[in-house]
Design a protein around this ligand. Structure first.
Ligand code: SOE
Length: 398
């Protein structure tokens, strides 16, 4: 390419990117979600181009200084902190992204709201509904944009599923059936990490995995008016991570629940970390009067659909749709059909939505989950725990 062409192209590209604001990111946490979120912020501006804003990795915060400094260098943050209070004083931080453990969601998010930062918080929003309500009140008082990182709302196949349901294509919904199954703590010698400690996590599989499928129930079907639940802890004592002995497991290893939706649909949800062979098996099926849809996260580019009145009836059956055409949600940003995307890309879509909500003053919900959704999710989770304890149906009251 001749030099002047390169100059012309560079200027044009620069002009496009230069037209959008930069938004500074202050990240709490550098482990699994710190990595997934940082990756998404870096990928977003050049894959969803031109972006609503260019995320600038201003600061990352973690308790361990060496690990946090390493993460800052690895992901490309301008600075690092070991005290989130100090990070929130950084005027270059426009968005506070909380990827910390569940016991580190409330105080930092409330402080970030008071500091006028827009906020992303990983799910579950909080350990209890009461704690979530304090966070909701703080962001509403501050008037900052807020989102709970229920990233599965941004998987193209599930966005497509919601479009089908919202269009009436399935008609009246009869059933919502979802499971979220993993296998990673079956070994009784697996240590009692923070996800297995009630004072840190709030709950076990319920808040970690159940929160996702309960959120998808609200996103795809509607509001539950009552629940009936059961929880189980299969391994009641585990080695402590510091090797100092054993500790009692005070969270659920698995739960099952029935959801009675306001629109008359019947819901069954189940999450477990004791399902041999299930890696990240977030799987759902919705049955309506005109058809059914089925989704499996482990095959996240596919949506299975069945249409009751399809002709010829002799060939009626579930169709396996490869959700990768340019007309499928978000696919204008990616590759030619069939060149599939992955779990990480749901975060790219999710954060694009949040930046767009900030820059263009749009609502985060109902497409994304805001703190009100996070609070309602927590109310439903609390109701399932209460039902499991009382062995009675519990009404959902927001
Ligand atoms: C649990 O292991 C976990 O990492 C959840 O915390 C995430 O929210 C889920 O997306 C994948 O599994």
């Amino acid at each position: 390419m001749a030099k002047e062409d390169v100059g012309f192209v560079t200027m044009a590209a620069g002009a496009a990117a230069g037209d959008v604001p930069e938004l500074g990111i202050g990240m709490l946490g550098y482990a699994f979600m710190g990595k997934a979120h940082s990756n998404a912020f870096k990928k977003l501006p050049y894959m969803m181009y031109p972006p609503p804003a260019v995320p600038k990795l201003v600061a990352i915060c973690g308790r361990n200084e060496q690990a946090t400094a390493t993460a800052a260098k690895r992901f490309g943050y301008d600075s690092y902190y070991t005290d989130w209070k100090k990070m929130l004083k950084n005027k270059k931080v426009d968005i506070f992204d909380n990827g910390g453990p569940n016991d580190a969601h409330a105080a930092p998010c409330i402080a970030a709201a008071e500091a006028g930062k827009h906020i992303i918080c990983e799910k579950p929003l909080a350990r209890t509904a009461a704690e979530a309500k304090k966070m909701l009140d703080a962001v509403e008082k501050a008037g900052v944009k807020n989102m709970v990182a229920f990233n599965y709302r941004f998987v193209p196949a599930l966005v497509q599923a919601r479009k089908l349901i919202q269009s009436g294509a399935l008609g009246r919904i009869f059933h919502f059936r979802a499971v979220y199954l993993q296998e990673w703590i079956i070994d009784p010698n697996f240590p009692k990490i923070w996800r297995l400690d009630k004072k840190v996590a709030g709950s076990g599989a319920l808040g970690d995995l159940g929160a996702h499928i309960i959120d998808l129930g609200r996103y795809l079907v509607g509001e539950p008016r009552s629940v009936m639940g059961m929880t189980r802890t299969f391994v009641e004592e585990r080695p402590l991570p510091d090797g100092s002995g054993k500790g009692k497991v005070d969270v659920d290893d698995a739960f099952v629940a029935l959801l009675d939706f306001e629109n008359g649909a019947l819901g069954t949800v189940e999450a477990s970390r004791f399902c041999q062979g299930r890696k990240n098996f977030n799987c759902l099926e919705i049955n309506g009067e005109k058809g059914s849809i089925q989704f499996n996260l482990e095959k996240m580019n596919e949506l299975n659909v069945f249409w009751a009145n399809e002709d010829p009836k002799e060939t009626r059956g579930f169709h396996n749709i490869n959700i990768s055409e340019s007309y499928h949600p978000y696919w204008e940003n990616w590759w030619p059909q069939g060149h599939i995307i992955g779990w990480e890309h749901s975060f790219v879509h999710e954060f694009h939505h949040f930046l767009d909500a900030i820059v263009n003053n749009k609502p985060v919900s109902p497409w994304g989950a805001d703190f009100a959704d996070g609070y309602k999710n927590a109310v439903i989770c609390d109701a399932i725990v209460k039902s499991a304890q009382s062995k009675k149906t519990v009404d959902v009251k927001y």
